[in-house]
Ligand binder design. Structure first.
Ligand SMILES: [Zn+2]
Ligand SMILES: [Zn+2]
Length: 259
């Protein structure tokens, strides 16, 4: 029987959590690792850290009393944090990137280990801290083991529905999760899922004719070779793609949320 990649990732997270500064406050028994399916291609979210308590209240119930996190009990432990890895995207990353993503998510764990987010904000300082901690761990010999190769079919564990906060009024929602809710799924790693999807929009400079493939529509954009700032004379012309509004909202939301 093949070992699910989420089990390998769980072991890797455990090892990184045993490094400074995480070893001072992360309890790996109360941190759950799962997989979630993502869109193909290299762009977008690769992993996420999910919380189980609201920072404002320190409880599962929100300050306004309208939202509540479900109760998560796995392996007999009251789970405080869930780290999800976006598959297959995460599996195609370089080992160094995988290590940095694990460190990135662990930095979202509050030093109280209370179940809410750490006060650190995304940004250049966050990223440089991630790189420094990952490098230090790798220098000490830690490594993310090879997880899978393109062409493999892997198993992973997932939670469906995902345990996001629920409206307290919604008594029919799933309010408790335990080991029985971890389902095992299979995923074929198609090598072409590693590549970005073909561009949906193609623009051309009216002057030098340079082509600009884009996933999203451009509005006020001029040719970077012909103009330094925006210049209407070199405004890029749409040569392929629609001006319609069928842009995937899901993708925009995914990118806006960061990882
Ligand atoms: Zn041009
Ligand atoms: Zn983040």
């Amino acid at each position: 029987m093949r070992v699910p990649v989420t089990d390998l990732l769980s072991s890797a997270v455990r090892e990184f959590a045993a490094e400074p500064p995480f070893r001072d406050y992360v309890d790996p028994d109360r941190l759950l690792v799962v997989g979630v399916r993502g869109r193909r291609g290299p762009h977008g979210k690769r992993a996420a850290c999910h919380f189980t308590r609201f920072r404002e209240t320190g409880e599962r119930i929100s300050a306004d009393g309208r939202w509540e996190f479900p109760r998560l009990t796995f392996g007999g432990h009251d789970i405080r944090y869930v780290i999800s890895f976006v598959l297959p995207r995460f599996l195609f990353l370089e080992p160094r990137e995988q290590a940095e993503d694990i460190v990135h998510e662990l930095l979202h764990v509050d030093p109280s280990f209370g179940g809410w987010s750490s006060p650190l904000r995304h940004g250049a300082r966050y990223d440089s801290r991630v790189r420094a901690l990952a490098r230090a761990a790798l220098d000490r010999g830690l490594a993310v083991p090879p997880l899978a190769a393109p062409g493999d079919t892997v198993l992973y564990r997932r939670l469906r529905p995902f345990p996001h906060p629920l409206r307290r009024r919604d008594r029919a929602a799933q309010w408790t999760y335990d080991d029985d809710d971890l389902e095992t799924a299979a995923l074929h790693l198609d090598p072409k899922d590693r590549e970005p999807p073909p561009p949906r929009y193609l623009y051309r400079c009216p002057s030098c004719e340079t082509l600009y493939p884009r996933q999203r529509p451009l509005r006020m954009a001029s040719c970077g070779d012909c103009a330094s700032g925006y210049d209407a004379r070199f405004k890029l012309k749409l040569v392929r793609g629609s001006r319609g509004s069928d842009e995937s909202k899901g993708e925009r939301r995914e990118q806006g949320r960061g990882r």
